[in-house]
Design a binder for this molecule. Structure first.
Ligand code: BGC
Length: 447
């Protein structure tokens, strides 16, 4: 086992999960319904009619899951809090029983020598807030900050760093523009206020966390964008897509301004559907970020549009392996992305943590494909750190096979196989591989 001496000493190893994807127990201890409970109940919304009702039953089996993480020798566990456990309707006082669960989880992690890294919002908005407009409605940003304060008041004495949002881009596009994720709204460009209100929610929550002396991160889904050809039309289309996917949710945080979406026909107007008010960009930018979480899966190839609706069209990436999901495997896209971030933001770029990276495979326990995928991405990551990019840690997606959103249980991302009929956990080959890699890196640094 190579000791990965090409990654820095003190580099932190982790895994990531999300509440709705693993917890189950949707009706227990006062948890309120979220948009995902409602979305899963819609006929045809999720493959095979699956839902997160039981998922990995992590709500009851968390001690077993922490034991697996202890065996891996993790430094960090990135998980998310279900907002509706803390506030069943997204407003008002905390539900103590909901917070008790995360309290026990945090103590269990600390006892196992693992630093908890919670995400406050991984797409499971309280349905009661969605009924009032969800992220299209400005008040949701204020509600989010109030929830962040309640969570931090309870856990902040033991949890030093917090991630506000997971992948606001994916939530905007899948949830509000295309309607293929909860809350299932297909508003296309009229969804833009949901971009601004998520960022405003981040800024307001970040201020609450900072006021309590806590570190703040966000986890953005980022992708290197490659024009399909060198033609001016393909390059312009790639720029448009890059602006929407990568810059919309990172420029305001790091530079204090939005990119000009209207230049690409991505309006509807410079104020994102009239959502941006005076002072908002300061609220978003001023709290600052202690780290940028990067979720990387693959690059995106973009060509000039074929229909007039959008200023770009996605083109397939040819000649590379594909995951079980059909996603292209392009490890060198990761350093490409990190170098772009460095060039784009310079000294405004905070230290990076890879908050998600991984692949789905079939159900087999011998997942050589996953080991190859992760090895190649860590090789590529090490080339970026060796070239001077400040990356502090890496969280594999995911610890367990879990509820993969609109794909239900059909895509398995786990280092650990889960039999969803019995809830039996069985570590895959990649589990032992990751455990040994972490141990070797640690030992190499102590030598
Ligand atoms: C999300 C995860 C998801 C993973 C694989 C990311 O977009 O944050 O929740 O399971 O990708 O699709």
């Amino acid at each position: 086992m190579p000791d990965r001496h090409d990654l820095p000493a003190g580099f932190r190893w982790g895994v990531s999960t999300a509440a709705y994807q693993i917890e189950g127990a949707v009706d227990e201890d006062g948890r309120g319904p979220s948009v995902w409970d409602a979305f899963c109940a819609r006929p045809g919304a999720v493959k095979n009619g699956d839902s997160g009702r039981t998922a990995c039953d992590h709500y009851h089996r968390w001690p077993e899951d922490i034991a697996l993480m202890r065996e891996l020798g993790l430094d960090t566990y990135r998980f998310s809090l279900a907002w509706t456990r803390v506030q069943p309707t997204g407003r008002g006082p905390a539900n103590p029983a909901g917070l008790d669960f995360y309290d026990r989880l945090v103590d269990g992690l600390l006892e196992a020598g693992i630093t908890p890294l919670p995400t406050l919002f991984h797409w499971d908005l309280p349905q009661a807030l969605e009924d009032g407009g969800g992220w299209l409605h400005r008040d949701t940003a204020h509600r989010f900050a109030a929830y962040a304060a309640l969570a931090a008041d309870r856990l902040g004495d033991r949890v030093p760093a917090w991630i506000t949002l997971n992948e606001p881009f994916v939530h905007l596009v899948y949830g509000y523009a295309l309607g293929i994720h909860a809350p299932g709204r297909a508003l296309m460009l009229d969804a833009m206020p949901a971009a601004h209100h998520q960022l405003l929610g981040h800024g307001l929550a970040a201020a609450e966390l900072r006021a309590r002396g806590l570190d703040v991160l966000i986890a953005n889904n980022l992708t290197p964008v490659r024009p399909a050809t060198d033609s001016p039309a393909d390059r312009a289309a790639a720029d448009a897509y890059d602006t929407l996917h990568n810059r919309l949710f990172t420029d305001p945080l790091l530079l204090g301004r939005y990119p000009d979406l209207t230049a690409y026909g991505l309006g509807p107007d410079p104020d994102l559907g009239g959502a941006v008010r005076d002072g908002d960009l300061t609220l978003i930018h001023a709290p600052g970020l202690d780290g940028l979480g990067v979720n990387y899966y693959n690059p995106t190839r973009i060509a000039a549009p074929t229909d007039p609706g959008l200023p770009f069209a996605e083109a397939p990436i040819e000649g590379v392996p594909r995951t079980h999901f059909g996603w292209p495997v392009v490890p060198e896209g990761l350093p490409e992305l990190l170098h772009t971030l460095q060039a784009r933001y310079g000294t405004a770029l905070p230290p990076i943590t890879i908050t998600e990276n991984g692949c789905s495979t079939d159900a087999a326990l011998d997942d050589a494909f996953r080991i190859d995928y992760l090895t190649a991405h860590l090789d590529a990551l090490a080339r970026a750190t060796t070239a001077g990019i400040d990356v502090r840690g890496y969280c594999a997606w995911s610890l367990l096979d879990n509820f993969e959103w609109a794909e239900g249980y059909s895509q398995r991302f786990g280092l650990v196989h889960v039999d969803f009929a019995t809830q039996q956990r069985t570590p895959r080959a990649s589990f032992a591989w990751y455990r040994d890699l972490i141990a070797a890196h640690r030992a190499g640094n102590q030598a």
